[in-house]
Design a protein around this ligand. Structure first.
Ligand code: PEP
Ligand code: MN
Length: 357
């Protein structure tokens, strides 16, 4: 891993103001929308202007991006305003076009990072383009190796100006996030590759406007090197991700507040907060899982009622206890703690199921 770490060229971000702010709309929609959004973004805060030209959508028949003509608008932003430009590429054709329109930063979307075939093709298309900055979003599921594998594929093709973006992970659980952040995983990621710049994308983590500030604040606590936040001249009428986009003015307001918060951070307080953020994250996950367990327990209660099966099944209970203690031991959890927790869980399940009866 040391070889990969040493291959990373950080000069591109070290030359820019930090934290690096990347902003602009989820998607390019019209020339007017691109130019107005860029005009209203303040280049003393925002260094890189983003806009999606090709959009990966979950289902067909949604707006799938404006395509090539949007690259002309991005080129105008680059030539006439004080921004570098960025867009997402997902295949060789995108790479070729983005390069021909002199886009400075290409990012790899979460769905692409999850596919080694796709990444290999993009990396092949980039061979020889050693000056391009490539930002690799985390794969949709929390697999560090897959993420690192994508970086290796780029380095193998001579691409060294790299960075990564934490945009959260798909979760099957109920969650207040569109994509669950995983600060702990990112902590490990930084241990493995300490040289790579990490940027946070609160917009795709939250999926709404109101959570963005809190996520950005956490990213600053963890000393991420930048933020990618979606902004739009008319967020409510955006053609994609309208719920999470904010106006350029609100972005600057938020960035000013964040600068203030950063100044107030003391070193020790920062370390303490980092641990607390990770513990809070784990607690949130535990609560979501408990809720899921209780819901299943309710469903089981109804089933037992309809089939007239007894609520308390001693064999099943002993079995759960035994299995949990063995698993817990292998993970270094004391028997006493597990026994206590599982007794409470079991009592609660029985209570719920008896109420149904
Ligand atoms: C985006 O940045 O607009 C985007 C589609 O992101 P992600 O790949 O994180 O979903
Ligand atoms: Mn988006």
């Amino acid at each position: 891993m040391e070889k990969l770490n040493n291959s990373i060229d950080r000069s591109w971000i070290d030359e820019l103001d930090k934290p690096l702010i990347i902003s602009g709309p989820c998607s390019a929609e019209s020339e007017q929308q691109i130019l107005e959004t860029a005009n209203r973004l303040n280049p003393s805060y925002v260094k890189i202007f983003r806009a999606g030209i090709w959009k990966p959508r979950t289902k067909p028949n949604n707006f799938e991006g404006i395509g090539k003509k949007g690259l002309e608008w991005l080129r105008k932003v680059k030539k006439n305003m004080n921004f570098l430009t960025a867009t997402e590429v997902a295949n060789e054709e995108h790479v070729k076009l983005a390069i021909s329109f002199e886009v400075d930063v290409l990012w790899i979307g979460a769905r692409s990072t999850a596919s080694p075939f796709t990444i290999q093709k993009i990396a092949d298309a980039l061979e020889g383009e050693n000056n391009k900055i490539i930002l690799v979003k985390n794969p949709i599921h929390p697999d560090i190796e897959l993420w690192i594998g994508a970086l290796e594929r780029f380095v193998n093709k001579g691409i060294r100006k790299l960075g990564v973006i934490h945009r959260g992970f798909y979760t099957y659980k109920n969650s207040k996030y569109r994509n669950q952040p995983n600060w702990n995983l990112l902590f490990n990621f930084r241990d493995i590759l300490p040289r790579i710049p990490i940027i946070c994308d609160p917009s795709h983590i939250c999926g709404n406007k109101k959570g963005i500030f809190d996520i950005a604040k956490k990213a600053y606590h963890f000393q991420y090197e930048g933020l990618m936040i979606e902004s739009h001249c008319d967020p409510d009428h955006a053609w994609s991700d309208s719920k999470q986009q904010i106006t350029p003015e609100n972005l600057v307001k938020m960035l000013k507040e964040l600068t203030y918060v950063r100044k107030c951070d003391q070193k020790n307080q920062k370390d303490l907060d980092s641990f607390r953020i990770i513990i809070d994250e784990i607690d949130e996950n535990i609560i979501a899982l408990l809720a899921e367990r209780m819901n299943i327990s309710k469903e089981l209660g109804s089933w037992k009622k309809s089939t007239d099966v007894a609520v308390f099944q001693p064999n099943r209970w002993e079995n759960i206890m035994e299995k949990s203690i063995v698993l817990g031991k292998s993970l270094g959890i004391s028997e006493e703690l597990l026994e206590g927790i599982f007794k409470l869980l079991h009592q609660e399940s029985i209570k719920i199921q008896n109420q149904i009866r």
